[in-house]
Design a protein around this ligand. Structure first.
Ligand code: F6R
Length: 597
């Protein structure tokens, strides 16, 4: 989703900004632009499409050492050159980039800007026009920016340039992610650290409702009332090489292949001095005191949460509910007396999940974030964090974060379960990691299955029972998001209550069976759809396999099957998208970091 960058220093701002925007590409966007400050004013270049298209049109008159840049994922107004950022005030003095949504945009335009001829359909333009209005009324730029921020309702990460003072970038944040980076001969701003690792690894967190004055050699953080805030910097330990896809054709394939390694890395990270998988006592104690766990997440992380529920309830016998964040936020269920909240988020920035975190924190309930990104908003704001150690996930379709989430949830469930847990979990996870490796080497076979079942199809169904149903949901999500084949996941037993009406001759049905207790019943469901002409692709687990199954997964511990059964489904989605010529790492309309509600 939208990303912003900024630079002020003594180097070539154009290249620094373009490189930063390229690093933000993975977040998803539909247009991009930069503004560069020169002695004679501010030059704006913006374009619909990719950064490569923007590169072709950037035409700066000489070296600029100050600038701001933006990748836009349309919210207000269609993706177009006109709506792309940066936006300027009517006189051209002020230029802004914005990530977020201004909820009271209509009121602001009506009450303050009725006489201004607005150029774009965006909410962002209102912000820059308000700054100009307040400056025209006699305020300094800093004061005008502050007055403007006081009027904004909604989410924003903002960077503002003033053509009359090109030695300052005015920055502010509320709900949308934003960091300030401290360089050797200049400073940077970015939506995430990855965008500016080529400049620095030293960053400052910016909190909601703060405003920052960024100069070449000084960064001043202020509260809304103008009082100064002192903040210690932190070091981002991220290797720039980890952001590279190496010899892989796509990040998604690289990330699928990294999964066995990620499970092993996590086992290492969660091993205590006694060589046992373990989790911080403070977290376990808080969880032991709860009467009900609430898992909050979106998309793939929600699917990992469903597996987590199964693990926690089966092993630790603690009642657990899993909720889609955007639903929970506006329709909170009746809570138990002592709830404990777990937020699962690869990015740690998902606005829907964060909205729930803010609400439950206000109610003073204990919270834990499971995330791949240290220092992310959800990590900072929850009481505790468990990291995924999956390395940067760049492909929009989440793969290694999902298996990492399931891994950490299995360790967590086992810790709360005490002696009722999986005996020798390290051994079972090691088996799962080796099996994942075996499956990642079965690409040819999966590619052929994809051709046989999915490439030419307009729809597909994924079915399973119990924990396999949760993996079926994830398989369907993966397929639909990158290949655009309409795909749905159903519990096998539910088919006859409606969805079976959609089955016709040749409809692909991918059926998972890894659980002994539901093997017979899912096989009956498979017969039911076959009788109606479905083209079934059965993926079973060793020990449960039958003649005619298309793919047999080597056996793993029965609650850890999602770690392995998801891999053929990820690869099916990958090859379906490849065979259909889709943009695998950047599927249409989707963003990696979903920072608006
Ligand atoms: C699907 C996918 C999304 C994310 C969802 C939540 O492949 O990646 O469904 O899982 O947007 O994102 P995070 O986990 O960052 O909160």
């Amino acid at each position: 989703m939208c990303g912003i960058v900024g630079y002020i220093g003594s180097q070539d701002a154009q290249e620094i900004l373009l490189k930063g925007l390229e690093k933000l590409e993975y977040r998803g966007y539909d247009s991009a632009g930069i503004a560069l400050a020169h002695d004679n004013g501010i030059t704006i270049s913006k374009e619909k499409g990719r950064i490569a298209d923007l590169r072709k049109i950037v035409d700066a008159p000489g070296l600029a050492t100050v600038g701001i840049g933006h990748t836009r994922w349309a919210t207000h107004g269609a993706p177009s050159r006109l709506n792309a950022h940066p936006h300027q005030s009517s006189s051209g003095r002020f230029t802004i980039v914005h990530n977020g949504v201004i909820e009271n945009e209509a009121e602001l335009k009506r009450d303050y800007l009725s006489k201004v001829a607005l150029q774009s359909d965006t909410d962002t333009e209102a912000i820059v026009q308000l700054v100009e209005r307040f400056v025209n009324e006699g305020n300094s730029t800093e004061e005008a920016f502050r007055l403007t921020l006081q009027l904004l309702h909604g989410s924003y990460a903002l960077a503002l340039l003033d053509a009359a003072d090109t030695e300052t970038i005015y920055v502010a944040k509320n709900k949308s992610p934003l960091l300030v980076g401290l360089g050797k001969d200049g400073n940077v701003i970015a939506s995430d650290a990855a965008a500016m690792l080529h400049m620095t690894d030293r960053f400052l967190e910016i909190m909601d409702e703060e405003m920052v004055i960024v100069k070449k050699d000084k960064v001043t953080i202020q509260k809304r009332d103008g009082s100064e805030v002192k903040r210690a910097e932190f070091i981002v330990e991220l290797n720039e090489n980890e952001l590279d896809k190496g010899t892989y054709p796509h990040y998604m394939l690289k990330e699928i292949d990294e999964q066995p390694l990620v499970v092993r890395k996590m086992m290492e990270a969660y091993l205590n001095e006694d060589g046992k998988l373990s989790i911080d006592d403070q977290i376990i104690q808080a969880m032991n005191e709860t009467d009900r766990i609430y898992i909050i997440a979106c998309g793939t992380s929600y699917h990992a949460g469903l597996v987590g529920k199964q693990l926690i309830e089966k092993l630790a016998h603690v009642p657990t509910e899993v909720h889609i964040a955007s639903e929970f936020s506006y329709n909170m269920p009746l809570l138990s007396k002592k709830p404990f909240f777990i937020f699962i988020s690869q990015s740690g920035e998902t606005a829907d999940s964060r909205a729930v975190l803010v609400k439950v924190k206000a109610l003073e309930f204990p919270t834990l974030t499971i995330t791949n990104v240290p220092h992310s908003t959800l990590s900072r704001e929850a009481d505790n964090t468990l990291l995924l150690h999956a390395g940067p996930e760049i492909a929009v379709a989440s793969t290694k974060a999902y298996t990492a989430q399931v891994t950490v949830l299995s360790i967590l469930a086992n810790m709360i379960a005490k002696d009722k847990g999986i005996e020798n979990l390290s051994y079972e996870l090691a088996i799962a990691a080796s099996t994942m490796e075996v499956l990642c080497n079965e690409k040819k076979k999966i590619e052929q299955l994809t051709q046989q079942f999915l490439t030419a199809s307009r729809n597909a169904f994924f079915i399973g029972r119990s924990i396999d149903y949760y993996v079926a949901l994830e398989g369907a999500l993966k397929l639909k998001e990158i290949s655009y084949i309409q795909a749905e996941g159903f519990p096998g037993g539910e088919l006859k209550h409606g969805p079976i009406a959609l089955i016709e001759t040749g409809t692909p049905v991918i059926a998972l069976t890894t659980q002994a207790n539901v093997n017979a019943s899912i096989r009956s469901n498979i017969k039911e759809v076959e009788a109606r002409g479905a083209n079934t692709c059965i993926i079973s687990m060793e020990g449960l396999e039958e003649k005619g199954d298309k793919f047999v997964i080597p056996a793993v511990q029965e609650l850890l099957t999602p770690l392995v059964s998801v891999i053929p489904l990820q690869l099916l989605a990958y090859y379906a998208a490849l065979q259909r010529g889709c943009d695998i790492d950047k599927p249409r309309n989707l963003a990696k970091s979903v920072t608006v509600e």
